[in-house]
Design a protein around this ligand. Sequence first.
Ligand code: NCD
Length: 330
Amino acid sequence: MGGPVGPSSGGRSVGADLCGIGDLEDVELAEILGHALALRELPSLPEVLRGRQIVAAFAEPSTRTRMSFQAAARRLGADVVAFDGGASTSASKGESALDALQNLDAMGFDAFVVRDRRQGWARRLRGELRARVINAGDGIGEHPTQALLDAATILEVFGRSAAEGKNSLKGLRIAICGDILHSRVAGSDLRLLPRLGASVVAAGPPGLIDPAALPSSVDFAESLDQALVGADVIMMLRVQRERLPAALELPDDVSYHTRWGLSVPRLGLAKAGAIVLHPGPMNRGVEIASEVADGPRSRILLQAHLGVAVRMAVLARACGRQNLLPRAHP
Ligand code: NCD
């Protein structure tokens, strides 16, 4: 495409991208988590993003993540425009997603929150756009804000301080169970949680986990039961059916639940105060029983709640407005 004109001509905008957990320095990690948890205590939210304009470019289905980013942006005073790249857009006239997003970029937006089925899409855009890029899920790649909100939830429940940084989850055993291989949530959590000092174990059915591909800091368990023993946190993941190779044969839902579903009796294998997380969407009766999802150990709705605060902190960073908190706060 021809050389940029107008707002794109001045190089990349201020702020920082978030394509994967590796983009965050330790100090930034602690800051985002600390800000997210502190924001909840403020009597009113600072409108640090007033005048900023953010594009929510979701080319894959989303309920929580899209609404959470939109709420976060608007509560800090930003405007949000949605672009789904679908039938109502020029994609139906043969325009590529990249051409479309480059044109939107030329209109002068501050940040793009992007979701796409292609792994590496956010990183690709980072090299093409002037605005900052936040990855809201790239195929089987990463979903960094989901992992950050998972960490914020664990910190909140266990009363840990984000300021401890690398040690903030030390002493906690976290079991991540289900479709590890095709989950971008796992992709980010397996990078983030050990970095914060947690002991992490992963388990999933054959074809949905590759023990050799796990980071060296993560343990592999042969069965769900084995992963649950001694766990403080249990994170259940949906089977990502839309991403499975056609040749992969999986058990039917009932058999899956019998072997790999989190039921009330199975929960008894974990520690007495263990909590249950799930990024959603849940498939009740498959990877998780309704009694567990709605039960006293579930913190699934707390995840959704804290997700907005985490995304506020991430959007403020993307727009170069880290001064999110009044000076008295850490
Ligand atoms: C996840 C996603 O889209 O990656 N959901 C979410 O963002 N909360 C997980 C999933 O689809 O299973």
